[in-house]
Design a protein. Structure first.
Length: 112
């Protein structure tokens, strides 16, 4: 009976650990923050694309309603769109490493 209880409790324990890690992991895919800026959507996109070029990072732009989604690889996504009379900037942090830490700095420069 004891072996059965231990065997059945292991998956429950692992599920609890995974749920805890997802809720306390800053890289879990939730946006870092919504930033409203007075700069135009095209201006912010141009600024982020130029910053990517400075760091030799390929960028894939995908149209979304009222803006664009910029994919910098390793699940680092930036969504820029016109919303409520301003421009909304959302950064979804993916896998972080030294080659993509510039994205956070560029976001402060491009969408102040």
């Amino acid at each position: 009976m004891r072996k059965l209880a231990v065997t059945l409790s292991v998956p429950l324990f692992l599920a609890a650990c995974a749920a805890y890690q997802a809720s306390h992991n800053p890289d879990a895919g939730d946006p870092m923050k919504d930033t409203m800026t007075n700069r135009s959507t095209d201006d912010v996109i141009r600024c982020m694309t130029q910053a990517a070029a400075k760091h030799d990072t390929p960028v894939k732009a995908t149209p979304i309603p009222q803006g664009q989604m910029l994919d910098f690889g390793d699940s680092n996504i930036v969504k820029v769109r016109t919303d409520n009379g301003g421009t909304t900037f959302r950064y979804y942090a993916g896998k972080r490493n030294t080659s993509n830490l510039w994205i956070e700095g560029a976001s402060k420069e491009c969408a102040p």
